[in-house]
Design a protein around this ligand. Sequence first.
Ligand code: HAM
Length: 428
Amino acid sequence: MRIKAVRGTRDITPDELRKWRYVEEVARDLFRRYGYREIRTPTFEHTELFVKGTGETTDIVEKEMYTFIDKGGRSVTLRPEGTPSVVRACLENGLFGQLPVLKLSYIGQMFRYDRPQAGRYREFWQIGVEAFGSADPSMDAEVIQLAYQLVTEVGLKGISLELNSIGCKRCRPRYVEDLREFGKRHVDELCGKCVERIERNPMRLLDCKEERCRIVMKEAPVILDYLCDECAEHFAKVREYLDLLDVPYAVNPRVVRGLDYYTRTVFEITAEGLGAQNAVVGGGRYDDLVELMGGKPTPALGFAAGLDRIVASLEAQGFEFPIDEGIDCFIAVLGREAKPVALKLATSLRREGFSVEMEHLGRSLRAQMKTADKLKARFTAMIGEDELKSGRITLRDMKSGEQRSVEEGEIPYILRRGGFSDGADAPS
Ligand code: HAM
């Protein structure tokens, strides 16, 4: 029996990857414009990093981590998200001291043992940013604007941005207590999971997907009524800046996010075309995490976009991805004597920066021309008996069908120019 990819994982074939690359390029260029520098961290970490960083009472830590004991007896975990790793890396490499505001971006696979379904995988890709050092609401607005610009610049339609503030460690406990009391009063109406959440993490009651829980929670107390003056003022400023920047959003007090580290601003972006798993971006502020991980108190915020979901929703929306460019030149080889000349020509053209493919199968010219078409070759160079005798090469412009006998030295000029011409830039 053939071995298949593990459930919840998949291959991204070259045709698919073209779409991914497009999204990645838009993101990279945008991150550059906003002053982010890329960081890469390991795909696995000490389990403790996520237990502490992502949070003990989160679904991720409670049941979705790929955790194993390595041969040295350590408990390690495939990263379920990027934020704790970036914080650890900054502390370990002394990056926090380098700039007053440190802006980092990342791209990579994340792993969560969740139930696979459309748009939800056990190995998936995130592209994200983290900005450290500023507690100012203008920083929140800039990060949210960046997330919004990312989804709009890639071409997604039907976007909605939902915004909330979940307060800070001073104002939130009173809310959590009232929410817990509310949960206890409605314990008979909630699902089994939510009943457990009442004690452990009542905020999670708010984003349960079960219909009966949603109905109950409509009447639940709302965090925005509990914010302390500082948090309320911060939130008002964030909204003011977003209005100034024309970033459309809706305040939704039910957006609480599934991770423990958030403080104040949280947000999610959804896109049409994905069905239930329609969140393409999630993020927020996490002012206490750096200190929790052993650093100096450092305000921070960021977001991660799900690459799999962005590509899937672009596809569902019928987006036209940039088409794959073909190669510059295919070298058709006729007869064994032509091989050395072809190999040399391929080498020199590749050195000049052209993408070149040559025949290695010894097939008929017809078959070779078919391959040249398939590879969308701009030109085909033909080397056979006549060419060996004359020392010239037959070059065919695959667009116009025109064919000429040329000096080998002329080929780079013709390729660069994208066509035959008797222009003055050809070598004499
Ligand atoms: P998150 O909301 O857990 O946040 O994930 C961010 C995005 O990753 C989601 O909106 C979704 O697009 C994608 N995603 C999550 N799980 C899956 C899955 N199983 N399959 C496919 N895509 C998925 C975080 O991870 C935070 N670290 C974001 C952040 C950065 N907050 C502050 N800084």
